[in-house]
Design a binder for this molecule. Sequence first.
Ligand SMILES: [Zn+2]
Length: 139
Amino acid sequence: MIADYLTRNSIAYSYEATAMTNDWFIFKSKISRPDFFLPQFKLVIEYWGLVDSPDAQLREEYIRSMKWKMAQYRKNNIRFVSIYPSNHSNLDYYFRRKFREAMGFELPILPVNRTCPTCHIQVLDVPLHIKWHSSVAQT
Ligand SMILES: [Zn+2]
């Protein structure tokens, strides 16, 4: 969901950032890797998927490790954005707001023209355009 969102908005990211530099060694060794890393902004996105877990014990452990991880980020001056399951209803709104809070500026809107591989026209919203192709193909 977050990956789709980033792709749709032409935001480059690495997933479970494996290509991190030495600055990030503490994460490689001690903390599970951040979910998403935006190299352009040096910003981490964590999706805290289990904070609403119905399993009380699991939830408690999860929240404890979440808080610990957040503290590590703060201690190391690593900017991060937290996304919770409840944010999915309006991911764009929450992500932009949290991005602004973390970075101090608005998420740049980057309209990128790309060429459709099928019809070779310039399109702005590639996923939408491809969806359109498949809907046409089905009729
Ligand atoms: Zn096309």
